[in-house]
Design a protein around this ligand. Structure first.
Ligand code: ACM
Ligand code: ZN
Length: 485
């Protein structure tokens, strides 16, 4: 055990620097804590001094103060320590966690417990995936069909047992404001994702005129990538998108809005006379470039409202973004497009599918693999800047209850958080320290996966993966009912 974990039991992630300045151990539990704001300390950072009697904290901002208080509480838990100085600040400015509430939604109380755990790990961005093919979850004032039609699907067929019951979920504006405030109190910004121009079936089911075909479709009931895209050449689409974004920007006070841009099939654009004409008029080299046209227009609109956009990495292939302030989130790209973007000064959030997709079983993504991920690995060879941040993902096609969510997300969320803060240690040490803070997680009603499940032995990994995907295969083989093509 090193000094940091000896004198700061249960603090996760550990701080950047701890220096012993005195020889004798003395009582930390009785120490009084004094605070002073300091302009000399970097954002979210703090300096904590224990002089053998009392604790003095200098902090940069309210986040830094809260993180220093957590360190002081850990030092008091140690009961006895020599005089010491802690200097701490995060390595990455963007330290995110996500939750998909479109495929399966969760209770406000459950989301708050997740937020509490994330705050404990000093994460500072909650990426809330609120719209997708399988449901629209934000109550809208001016687009009521999203509330009525978009928020409900007739059944759920995500690979496990088929559930023939209607699935309906919608967060009221009051509930959303409550979550935003809850996060703000914990120094977390909420970033809503309105995924477009693909992943829009719930919106198209509500307003069929938004698609190239105008065909009436149902909200999607299964997992997958669907051809229902917004018609990118129609002004009706932009009227809808801007109206929705007006409400979203009014509701969410943060710096960023995530506009998706992933997994966008071009099939409907290829057979839409208006989209074909637009492609010709603009002299675009392929249909994918139409997505770039769409994303850039939405990006401009957000900029006019003082917001910055985040897009998934696919939008880079399509020629977006146009603005330097736009952030790209990489989940599945190894060809160098993201590194190129970073070398031109672009900002990247690393959410690597094989390491940070926390909804997959441990046979596919063992905790050791998540813990060992180096977010800089794709950016080392070029002149590219280091990533802007990292984010752990929680998709919920296969996760329909909070217990399973906790089992898959913990300890992976803590593992990603240590990398985000920049104080990852070795894996055995991580395991030991995670066990030390189990009580704090359990007090939040969060039960993580037991350590015996974290790193599935090689021989059991293939069956674990096959078991997981057999549901998807079975679902794909079942005849689709009322399902858009
Ligand atoms: C994604 O997983 N489609 C971002
Ligand atoms: Zn079209």
């Amino acid at each position: 055990m090193n000094d940091k974990s000896r004198y700061l039991p249960g603090l996760m992630p550990l701080p950047q620097k701890l220096k012993i300045t005195g020889g004798e151990n003395s009582d930390t539990a009785k120490a009084e804590v004094g605070f002073k704001k300091s302009g000399a300390i970097r954002r979210e950072g703090y300096r904590l001094e224990f002089d053998g009697r009392n604790i003095t904290i200098e902090y940069s901002d309210e986040s830094g103060r809260a993180y220093a208080e957590a360190a002081a509480a850990a030092l008091k838990r140690a009961k006895s320590a020599p005089a010491l100085i802690i200097e701490d600040e995060p390595e990455y400015e963007y330290r995110g966690f996500s939750l998909d509430c479109a495929r399966h939604s969760f209770k406000i109380d459950e989301i708050k417990r997740l937020i509490d755990a994330a705050a404990m790990y000093r994460l500072n961005r909650f990426h809330w995936h609120l719209t997708d093919d399988q449901g629209w979850r934000i109550e809208m004032k001016g687009l009521p069909k999203l509330n009525e039609t978009g928020s409900s699907r007739k059944r759920s067929d995500f690979g496990g047992a088929v559930d023939e019951r209607e699935y309906r979920a919608l967060f009221t504006r009051g509930e959303i404001r409550d979550i935003i405030q809850y996060c703000a109190d914990r120094h977390i910004e909420v970033i809503p994702e309105i995924d477009m121009p693909g992943h829009m079936s719930a919106a198209i089911a509500s307003y069929p005129e938004l698609s190239c075909t105008g065909e009436k479709i149902d909200v999607v009931t299964r997992q997958g990538v669907f051809k229902n895209t917004l018609c990118v050449s129609s002004e009706k689409t932009y009227e809808f998108v801007f109206k929705a974004l007006d409400e979203v920007c009014e509701l969410f006070p943060g710096e960023y809005i995530h506009i998706g841009g992933d997994e966008t099939p071009t099939a409907h654009w290829e057979s839409c006379p208006d989209c074909r004409r637009l492609k010709e008029e603009l002299g675009l080299k392929d249909f994918r470039a139409l997505q770039g046209v769409f994303c850039r227009r939405v990006e401009e609109y957000l900029a006019s409202k003082g917001k910055k956009a985040i897009m998934w990495n696919e939008s880079l292939y399509a020629g977006a973004p146009a603005k330097r302030t736009t952030v790209i989130q990489r989940w599945m790209e190894k060809g160098g497009v993201c590194a190129d973007f970073a070398s031109r000064g672009g900002r990247i959030i690393e959410s690597d599918f094989f390491h940070y997709y926390c909804d997959y079983p441990f046979g596919m993504t063992p905790v050791k693999k998540t813990y060992s991920f180096d977010p800089k690995r794709l950016y080392k060879k070029s002149a590219a800047a280091a990533p802007y941040g990292i984010e752990a993902e929680m998709w919920t096609e296969y996760i329909d209850n909070f217990e399973l969510l906790c089992y898959r997300y913990f300890p992976r969320l803590a593992a990603a958080a240590e990398t985000a803060w920049g104080t990852r240690t070795d894996y055995e040490d991580f395991k030991r320290r995670f066990a030390q803070q189990l009580g704090a997680l359990e007090a939040l009603g969060i039960r993580p996966a037991p350590q015996s499940d974290w790193d599935v032995p090689a021989l059991r990994r293939v069956p674990d993966i096959l078991k997981f995907f057999s549901g998807t295969i079975k679902q794909a083989l079942r005849p689709a009912r009322r399902q858009p093509k």
